[in-house]
Ligand binder design. Sequence first.
Ligand code: 5GP
Length: 193
Amino acid sequence: MRRVSRPVGDNKNQTAALHPDIARVLLTEEQIRERIRELGHAITRDYAGRRLTLVGILKGSVMFLSDLMRELDLDCTVDFMCLSSYSGKESTGVVRVMLDLRESAEGRDILVIEDIIDTGLTLSYLMQNLKTRNPRSLEICAFLDKPDCRKVQVRAKYVGFPIPNEFVVGYGLDYNEQYRNLPYVGILKPPRA
Ligand code: 5GP
């Protein structure tokens, strides 16, 4: 990947170079790290004494999940689901389960780890689906939330950052499978004519 040696954001601890396709950084590595530490403390407190099952939604939540789980001082297991509803920058509205849980959800404390809530269609479908499996509890932890974009109501118990209605990439989030490995969240430059 081509990088230029321009530091990201104003933060002195920021080491990554800005990708040439990124117009603007919305969240720096340092901001993300601090917020994840706070989320980890809140989840550790709320689930103290219980065994938590983290359900990562592939692929966008992978970086968030791996950083968040390191901040949990709890017994926990990890499972994954892969859902598909997006093509490019548009939600198709039709949610398909591409990969399901390996373990039964019955009687478990399930915390769904999602990259971003936009229209809410994906998580609304997923929560209905998981509820039918009789978990002991079922909650959502979303890294990002775009509350202005909701088409259906979805309640996330934990949210990393509410963000404005802009298409973002990085820290696990992609545009046509690119940019997932950027350690910050940024907004793409408009495509050249
Ligand atoms: P929803 O069903 O809530 O509209 O969309 C959820 C999924 O859409 C997310 O898991 C994510 O994959 C994708 N998505 C929504 N907004 C964005 C965005 O701003 N950037 C990227 N890269 N993906 C998004």
